[in-house]
Write a protein that binds this ligand. Structure first.
Ligand SMILES: Cc1cc2nc3c(=O)[nH]c(=O)nc-3n(C[C@H](O)[C@H](O)[C@H](O)COP(=O)(O)OP(=O)(O)OC[C@H]3O[C@@H](n4cnc5c(N)ncnc54)[C@H](O)[C@@H]3O)c2cc1C
Length: 596
């Protein structure tokens, strides 16, 4: 089993060279976030990930969380690790300084999120959901609720959950049935939620559930859903804890992966109703919840990247140790480690190139997010927000789908040992598998991309993105050195494919919605591959410039070689996906239901 080592060098490179850390200095409060500060933060975060969270990953998989009459008990070692996480201020990294947070950019927090999730995905889910709950409360709750709940959520003393799903309401939240009955200055909730991540545990003093429910006279469907804070323990006006609320964990699920993350069935109102407080406006709960969901979707995208990197590190280390076979054409002489075989190299580079592409893409979107929220110019905030809105389903969908593919390749590199639990490779695949499902399946992300995000402005944000990607072409044309011609040619082909696919989706929307939806996943993946190619091209250009400094030559040369591999062996998938997009629903819907 390998130890997780955070890829700090690549993270720094992406943050400073591709995601434009310097550009964030226009934001009041971020002027002081220098590369040195980032290096210090990432160094400490990497220590916690490698030394504290990583070693608990296998224990969590083996033992899992357990349900007891008195509540859910986290895996041994997790509560102490969580205490350390909170005491060292990690929960508040990107939190609002006025509420006790450290006010660092999302961009830097994205690297920390990657580390926590790579080291221990089950553990990392707990603060990931707390961060989403903070976002929703901060954006929509009254000042009183903010004052009562935010300080302890920001510090991590309390954790947050997202309570949407019911047995009949998964992808389709219009079917939510949990009831909220007005009772003085609060409400009483009755109903059951399923699959609630970290819905109960013993790592923090209180748990703040953000729950979707319906008022008695609410309209049908999504227009009749409201959002409530339902704390495990009621909270006094001064923030201190009061009586236990009428909310409990009925059971937790046995599942394929993330065993240490309790997936809870939550019962609200078994007695006289769970006390809840309305967040934002009545019947606008789903829109308010989208603040939390968008934040979580971006982070689950980073989770796909993270678990892929963990799988890659294990595969790479194994490939450097495992002796098997001889170099091609040799029948005698020393046997070699498997990293000498071209097909193993191909697998490792397929993993590495896509991981670096995802990291660059994910962090660039995170920096866009900082500017969307905090840029002093309103027009720029709007432009960045449109970009974030368009790319959130791509970040979630593309990175989590690749996370599964890469974790599966990690097993392949291990051969038979990959299938055996002791190497850990199989845990990464089992853990990775959920990321394409929760926070909206990839199918739902793809439908959101073609049905809302792309078409909302008639394709203007996508057109601006394509123009920006095209801008790299002239720099690639000027670049000298091996690889740049291939990068330029393949990127141009990828842009062309995405342009044509976009035109097809826009034309077909409204005429044949089945065709658009049948093509949607291929369109999402095509967008991801091209955005990855764009960032890898930029990375190669930045590496070329870096070579002139003669520091870190090996890193820069590897970056150019990796970007070239991405261009030659990954980006061509774009052409195939264009063909699939254009075929629309004709084949996907060809079979009648009784032939399945
Ligand atoms: C481990 C785990 C943790 C979870 N954590 C949470 C949590 O913390 N909070 C929470 O509220 N929920 C949570 N969930 C629930 C999760 O978000 C849902 O499982 C997910 O949204 C899918 O819903 P579903 O399971 O009902 O599947 P369904 O909605 O029944 O979907 C089944 C299949 O049909 C497809 N499908 C459904 N509708 C459409 C459509 N309109 N268009 C195209 N395809 C469609 C889906 O893509 C999928 O392939 C968790 C689930 C798990 C397993």
């Amino acid at each position: 089993m390998t130890t997780y080592r955070a890829p700090v060098r690549d993270m720094q490179f992406v943050i400073t060279e591709l995601a434009d850390l310097k550009g964030l200095a226009v934001v009041p409060g971020l002027e002081e976030v220098t590369p040195d500060l980032v290096e210090a933060v990432l160094g400490e975060a990497a220590k916690l990930a490698g030394e504290v969270l990583g070693p608990l990953n296998k224990v969590g998989d083996d033992q899992g969380a357990s349900w007891t009459q008195d509540g859910v008990v986290a895996t041994e070692g997790f509560p102490a690790a969580y205490r350390q996480f909170v005491d060292n201020g990690w929960n508040a990294l990107a939190g609002d300084p006025e509420r006790g947070g450290q006010g660092l950019p999302n961009l830097v927090a994205a690297a920390a999120v990657e580390m926590w999730n790579a080291a221990n995905m089950s553990f990392a889910l707990c603060p990931l959901l707390t961060a989403g709950a903070m976002e929703a409360i901060n954006a929509h709750a009254s000042e009183d609720l903010k004052n009562r709940y935010l300080p302890n959520l920001v510090s991590g003393e309390w954790t947050g959950t997202m309570d949407l799903t019911e047995s009949q309401a998964g992808s389709d939240l219009s079917a939510v049935r949990t009831k909220a009955v007005p009772d003085g200055d609060h409400y009483r909730l009755f109903g059951q939620k399923i699959f609630i991540t970290w819905g109960d545990h013993n790592m923090a003093a209180n748990i703040v559930h953000l729950v979707l429910a319906r008022l008695p006279d609410a309209p049908e469907g999504t227009r009749g859903i409201s959002l409530f804070i339902v704390p495990k323990f009621l909270v006094n006006a001064d923030g201190s804890l009061s009586a236990r609320n009428d909310v409990s964990c009925a059971s937790i699920e046995h599942k394929l992966g993330i065993h240490a993350s309790p997936t809870a069935v939550m019962a609200f109102g078994d007695k006289d109703g769970a006390v809840g407080y309305l967040v934002g406006q009545e019947n606008k709960g789903l829109a308010h919840m989208f603040t939390m969901m968008n934040e979580a979707r971006q982070k689950i995208g980073l989770q796909g990247l993270a678990i892929a990197d963990r799988a890659y590190q294990a595969a790479r280390d194994y490939a450097k140790e495992r002796v098997q076979g001889r170099p091609a054409g040799q029948r005698s002489g020393d046997r070699v480690t498997i990293i000498h075989h071209p097909d193993v190299r191909r697998m490792l580079l397929t993993m590495k190139a896509q991981i670096e592409a995802m990291r660059a893409f994910g962090y660039v979107v995170s920096a866009d997010n900082d500017l969307a929220r905090r840029h002093p110019d309103a027009a720029e905030r709007q432009r960045r927000q449109a970009r974030v809105d368009l790319l959130t389903p791509v970040l979630k969908g593309w990175c989590t789908e690749l996370g599964v593919e890469i974790a599966s390749l990690g097993i392949q590199v291990h051969g038979g040992m990959g299938f055996i639990e002791e190497t850990g490779a199989s845990q990464y695949l089992r853990d990775a598998r959920i990321a394409t499902i929760y926070e909206g399946t990839t199918g739902i992300q793809a439908a959101d991309l073609v049905g809302r995000k792309l078409t909302m402005d008639g394709g203007a944000t996508m057109a601006a993105l394509l123009a920006e990607i095209r801008d790299v072409d002239s720099q690639l044309a000027d670049a000298r050195g091996a690889g740049f011609a291939a990068i330029r040619a393949q990127l141009a082909t990828g842009i062309e494919a995405l342009e044509q696919a976009t035109a097809w989706v826009l034309q077909t929307t409204g005429q044949d919605q089945d065709a658009v939806l049948a093509a949607s996943l291929s369109y999402l993946m095509l967008t991801g591959y091209v955005c990855g190619g764009w960032q890898m091209a930029r990375a190669a250009l930045a590496a070329q410039a870096g070579l002139a400094s003669s520091v870190d030559e090996a890193f820069y040369r590897a970056k150019i070689a990796t970007a070239t591999f991405y261009a030659e062996q990954i980006l061509p998938k774009g052409g195939a996906l264009l063909t699939v997009v254009r075929s629309g629903a004709s084949t996907a819907l060809a079979l009648p239901e009784d032939q399945f």
